[in-house]
Write a protein that binds this ligand. Sequence first.
Ligand SMILES: NC(=O)c1ccc[n+]([C@@H]2O[C@H](COP(=O)([O-])OP(=O)(O)OC[C@H]3O[C@@H](n4cnc5c(N)ncnc54)[C@H](OP(=O)(O)O)[C@@H]3O)[C@@H](O)[C@H]2O)c1
Length: 282
Amino acid sequence: MQQKTILIAGCGDVGSKLGQQLLQQGHNVVGLRRNINQLPQGIQGISADLGQLDTLQQALSEIQQCDILVYSAAASSHDEAGYQSAYLQGMRNLLQALPVQPQHLFFTSSSGVYHQDDHGWVDETSPCHPQSFSGRIMLQAEQAVAQASVPSTVVRFTGIYGPGRNHLLNRVRRGDVAPQEPPQYSNRIHRDDCTGVLNHLINLHFNGQALLDCYLATDDEPVTMHEVTHWLAETLGSEILTTTASRRAGSKRCSNQRLKDSGYKFIYPDFRSGYRELIHSQ
Ligand SMILES: NC(=O)c1ccc[n+]([C@@H]2O[C@H](COP(=O)([O-])OP(=O)(O)OC[C@H]3O[C@@H](n4cnc5c(N)ncnc54)[C@H](OP(=O)(O)O)[C@@H]3O)[C@@H](O)[C@H]2O)c1
């Protein structure tokens, strides 16, 4: 395949792993973030702040080719200003500052755009009326992406887990689990499947296949927090000391049918396979 240039804006955990895969496939990968010291070898770094249009323009002025743009920046602060800056303004600034038009834009969004709280199934066609500021801003960013002049695909990740993301493991190691009632369905995806999904969709595009405007990226098994935490406690051999209801973020079951219909095969189809490996590697 002809060598392509992929610009990954917000080249952090998911972006860097994706960049390494694309490098191995012979492509040219450019990673943009403020601190480029941690970028893996081979990714050409651009140090710039997506929130600063003038310096962003300067930093991108040398870019002569950008076949694919992946926008995977994450908010630095969990507040309205942080979300506006990372997901809305940053993306607008980037599209304005890029001296060349990409063929396709991939925007990493979140299942936080769903408002559903009735334990039912949701997919890409389900209504989204988020109540939280984070869900509302993410949905606005998705709409801005759809209205941009560049053909685009939104990828909605559910809760990402994987190397370095030890919050849930540490909670259970402390002996804290989730209650059975009220049930709270949670949805997750391993970091390596996040990069796998993006890589898969990018390659479908390279192979001339038409992509849909949105894919919900989550593993095969929505599961209650009670079941996840109890399974982890048993696997870790942790004594259960306390039971704490999680912060309510809705309760819904996310479907990955569209993604699987596109041909994606999950590396970690459920939380057990992903966490088992994580636990053994620690
Ligand atoms: N965590 C989850 O469970 C979850 C769930 C659903 C969706 N997502 C989304 O998935 C995507 C990938 O997440 P991730 O885990 O790879 O995030 P990450 O590791 O935090 O990477 C995000 C990168 O964005 C860069 N960044 C942030 N603000 C920037 C700015 N103003 N200018 C330039 N770069 C900036 C950061 O680098 P510098 O600090 O060096 O600039 C960081 O490397 C994100 O869009 C996130 O919102 C995450």
